[in-house]
Ligand binder design. Structure first.
Ligand SMILES: Nc1nc2c(ncn2[C@@H]2O[C@H](COP(=O)(O)OP(=O)(O)OP(=O)(O)O)[C@@H](O)[C@H]2O)c(=O)[nH]1
Ligand SMILES: [Mg+2]
Length: 229
């Protein structure tokens, strides 16, 4: 596990605590959103689908492991057992945050996950992004400093399901959007001071594969082929 953020690159997940020469570790949280119904995938929950020998969500968790200290997984109550099994023996502490009211969309998943976060910032990643790049997560965390969120933009489309958020502000924005009966992630972003991270910047830290997501069985097969090289 890395001891902290590289010198000169900021402290993306909150300031270190300096007291009488003691530097407390900077805590960083990852949130994996997994409460969807995988309808394009067909039978079975894509979150725990076998991807080249490892459940997909475990791949996401393992990719995040070098840049987080804690993990929160958002899911429905009926997914808890399979997700806990997929994360057995994980490097960091895992909190499962269940949706009270399933099927209310990804923004509700982000909200449920962030409510279980204790750090100032958190990186949110969808369970179907098995190529998420730790270096991009670090960069997003850096770009989020002084803002409420940093969101990648690829092909003109913002990618709020692989983004870094300021926890309290984002929880408040999601709650306000839901109170207005708005479920889209962008309804919450409207209330936040967020920055987008364009492709050119993404590609100085990672390939765009970091944002690739697995929606169908064909996507899963293609991902397995690429992982098995
Ligand atoms: N908590 C929660 N998460 C969701 C919900 N809908 C989608 N997600 C998550 O949002 C991410 C991106 O969603 P999709 O790729 O559309 O996944 P999905 O909804 O399971 O799949 P489709 O039904 O094929 O669209 C995934 O991590 C999903 O688990 C929801 O209603 N609640
Ligand atoms: Mg998807």
């Amino acid at each position: 596990m890395p001891s902290g953020w590289p010198a000169g690159r900021g402290r993306p997940f909150g300031a270190a605590f300096l007291w009488a020469g003691f530097v407390a570790p900077v805590m960083r949280t990852g949130v994996i959103v997994a409460g969807g119904y995988s309808t394009r995938f067909g039978d079975g929950d894509k979150a725990v689908a076998d991807l080249a020998g490892t459940p997909m969500l475990r791949r996401v968790a393992d990719r995040l492991a070098p840049v987080i200290d804690r993990l929160v997984v958002n899911c429905r109550p009926d997914q808890r057992g399979s997700i806990a099994a997929a994360l057995a023996g994980y490097d960091h502490s895992v909190t499962v945050a269940e949706d009270d009211d399933p099927d209310r969309g990804p923004m509700t998943g982000i909200l449920t996950g962030l409510r279980a976060v204790e750090t100032e910032f958190a990186v949110v990643v969808a369970c179907d992004m098995p190529f998420v790049a730790p270096a991009l997560v670090e960069y997003l965390a850096e770009r989020a400093q002084g803002h409420d969120a940093a969101v990648p933009r690829v092909d003109g489309r913002d990618q709020p399901l692989q983004a870094v958020y300021r926890t309290e502000a984002t929880v408040a924005a999601c709650e306000a959007a839901l109170a207005r009966d708005q479920r889209a992630v962008f309804a919450a972003l409207n209330d936040l001071d967020w920055v987008f991270v364009p492709e050119g910047e993404i590609e100085t830290h990672a390939t765009l594969d970091s944002l690739r997501n697995v929606n169908t069985r064909a996507d899963l097969r293609a991902a397995a082929t690429d992982l098995e090289g």
